[in-house]
Design a protein around this ligand. Structure first.
Ligand code: ADP
Ligand code: MG
Ligand code: MG
Length: 251
């Protein structure tokens, strides 16, 4: 079965009942890179949040299967242990817990789930340190408390650091290019490309073709009004770059 199979997914804002996702169909197989593009407000971020089970949204219809298992009722922690990754959007700083400790906990939780022995701090340091270097992050970053004073660029790099140490079968990357200069974007793209294997997949959301020049998608989807209205290869991204979303014929 595909890694992710979304059928007729509808979802609303829990508090108001306002429908955002209006019937999303999406199939992602092992080893594929998918990109979702679309105007502001088309529902791209909501789709990724609904996939990971963000508490602000309610699934009102359709199905989400991850590795053949129903994802809708699964706890967010279990989704992550099963190999679905989205950057931890921990909204608060966690006093006394460093980024290092936080990453080590997350890695060991997933290792335990996979039947692997826990890593000790020294062992983990030798794993994480080269990754911090590759992302051109300040090594002091690991000692800082979770989420303490992250800049936009640090947040994006941290997202990819999390992914590269924890690993995932499917990574959901929402606008990893936002707020990054060209050099930073290249570091982040190289890190993502370095993680790709024939087994794992990426779903990335972006407004810009420049990310897709660095991480080559197998499929590009266009989202509008809470639905995927067109799917094609990377030439769609080129077309949008040159003529805007209006240049995409819907059929
Ligand atoms: P995109 O990521 O494509 O820019 P979003 O998924 O963030 O779009 O938002 C889609 C639409 O749903 C927007 O009109 C947005 O204002 C609305 N929306 C998303 N989440 C909420 C929410 N929690 N409460 C109210 N409106 C929301
Ligand atoms: Mg937006
Ligand atoms: Mg968004």
């Amino acid at each position: 079965s595909p890694l992710l199979e979304v059928r007729g997914l509808t979802a609303s804002v829990k508090e108001t009942g306002q429908q955002i996702l209006a019937g999303v169909d999406l199939t992602i197989r092992e080893g594929e890179i998918h990109a979702i593009m679309g105007k502001n407000g088309s529902g791209k971020s909501t789709l990724t949040k609904v996939l990971v089970g963000h508490p602000h949204y309610e699934v009102t219809g359709g199905t989400i299967l991850f590795k053949g298992e129903d994802l809708v009722d699964m706890e967010p922690e279990d989704k992550s242990l099963a190999g679905l990754f989205m950057s931890f959007q921990a909204p608060i700083e966690i006093p006394g817990v460093s980024n290092f400790d936080f990453l080590l906990m997350a890695v060991n939780a997933r290792r335990e789930k996979c039947g692997l022995p826990a890593l000790g701090p020294l062992e983990f340091y030798s794993v994480v340190s080269p990754k911090v270097d590759a992302l051109k992050m300040d090594p002091k970053f690991l000692d800082r408390n979770v989420n303490e004073g992250f800049s936009g660029g640090e947040r994006k790099r941290n997202e990819i650091l999390q992914l590269s140490v924890i690993g995932a079968d499917l990574a959901l990357l929402d606008e990893i290019d936002s707020g990054l200069d060209v050099d930073a974007l290249e570091d982040v793209a190289n890190a993502v490309n370095g993680l790709l294997t024939p087994q794992n997949s990426v779903l990335m959301i972006t407004h810009y073709q420049r990310l897709l020049d660095l991480i080559k998608p197998s499929y590009v989807h266009i989202m509008e009004n809470g639905k995927i209205i067109k799917t094609g290869d990377s030439s769609i991204a080129t077309q949008i770059n040159e003529g805007g979303f209006k240049s995409i014929a819907l059929v």
